[in-house]
Design a protein around this ligand. Structure first.
Ligand code: PLP
Length: 344
């Protein structure tokens, strides 16, 4: 039985259990359906087994040893993965400008952060991908227990995970890949290779590009360590089953013919859009991200101009603008964007 089927189960019992709204008392009426599915681990519903089965099915889909559903974002997956493969005092190699969760993970694990630099793409004003050449000097210099990389970067620069994993193995270090912005990768041959089967731990946000609700995410382990104890240590004992059920449905969608078509269709449309914008340059090697540079105006000005036409970006800097796309980016949005970009 799927998670959603378990949540739909009706009971004749009168529940004197948490949550006290009992799926019937709707303080916020607009979210009535959400209340109805918001159950606890009672004998009536017993959703824990359904969750375990859903996670097992997910690990088969992704080809990992373990895949866990997270309802506190990739941030919690980064923290759990560091907690599960370190002991206090270990050194963890992280980017000096990494997402805050990388720093928090190292702190909570009682480890020592060793900071690395990344090359900057001057044309677009963003960090480039990581590489063996970039990391090896740090591994040579001191005993590093874990290397954390972000691939793709926020703006869509993708690292060669296989090469970096081989390097980490040579130095007996675990590799954690923050793939928060690459949750679509396992589902299309038109996208860069995902880290899920290569890296020891890979963390993906479903809510960023893959159509998930905030803050749904996944933690994959493809090494011998099962991170479940660490996940439990930093998680509530009352998980949101409605959110967990959306994760199950989300993965099933991405893995379906319909889901794969949606991703490939998005890529095709974005490729076409890029070809019809002669005054713009597009950066990065993730075709779903629109990292745009104009040869007529600075990035910040391009952002302001787009905003005047009703287009809001994810990020911008002096050089470029990032428009984030994902499975929710429909043709209507892209046609509108194309019209506006033609005026730039
Ligand atoms: C590179 C990167 N890693 C991790 C995270 C954290 O993701 P979440 O919001 O799912 O916790 C973010 C969020 O912006 C991010 O950009």
């Amino acid at each position: 039985m799927s998670l959603i089927e378990v949540l739909r189960k009706k009971t004749n019992n009168t529940l004197f259990t948490t949550p006290s709204h009992s799926g019937r008392f709707f303080i916020f009426k607009k979210f009535q359906q959400f209340y109805k599915y918001d159950i606890s681990e009672t004998d009536t519903h017993a959703p824990e087994e359904a969750l375990k089965r859903a996670e097992k099915r997910a690990s088969l889909i992704y080809g990992t040893n373990h895949t866990y559903f997270l309802t506190n974002g990739s941030s919690s997956g980064i923290i759990a993965s560091v907690l599960s493969c370190t002991t206090p005092g270990d050194k963890v190699l992280i980017h000096e400008d990494a997402h805050i969760s990388h720093f928090n993970a190292v702190k909570l694990a009682g480890c020592i952060p060793v900071l690395y630099k990344l090359p900057v793409d001057k044309n677009f004003g963003v960090y480039r991908e990581n590489s063996v050449e970039n990391i090896e000097p740090y591994l040579k210099k001191e005993k590093i227990k874990v290397v954390i990389i972000t691939s793709p970067t926020y703006e869509g620069f993708v690292s060669n995970i296989k090469e970096i994993k081989t390097l980490c193995e040579r130095y007996n270090a675990y590799l954690i890949t923050d793939e928060a912005h690459g949750a679509l990768y396992p589902f299309s041959e038109l996208l860069p290779e995902s880290a899920v089967k290569i890296s020891d731990f890979t963390i993906q946000s479903l809510h960023k590009t893959a159509g998930g609700l905030n803050p749904t995410a996944l933690l994959h382990s493809s090494c011998k360590i099962d991170p479940i104890d660490a996940i439990n240590m930093i998680s509530t004992t009352s998980p949101s089953y409605p959110l967990l059920a959306t994760i199950e449905a989300n993965i099933n969608f991405l893995n379906s013919k319909k889901g794969k078509y949606k991703i490939n269709n998005l890529i095709e449309k974005l490729n076409k859009l890029k070809k019809t914008s002669p005054y713009l340059e597009f950066g990065g090697n993730d075709p779903t991200k629109l990292l745009i540079k104009s040869n007529k105006m600075a990035g910040n000005l391009l952002s302001e101009t787009l905003y005047k036409y009703g287009i809001e970006d994810e990020r911008n800097n002096n050089e470029s603008v990032l428009l984030l796309c994902g499975v929710g980016t429909n043709s209507k949005k892209l046609i509108r964007l194309q019209k506006v970009l033609k005026k730039m």
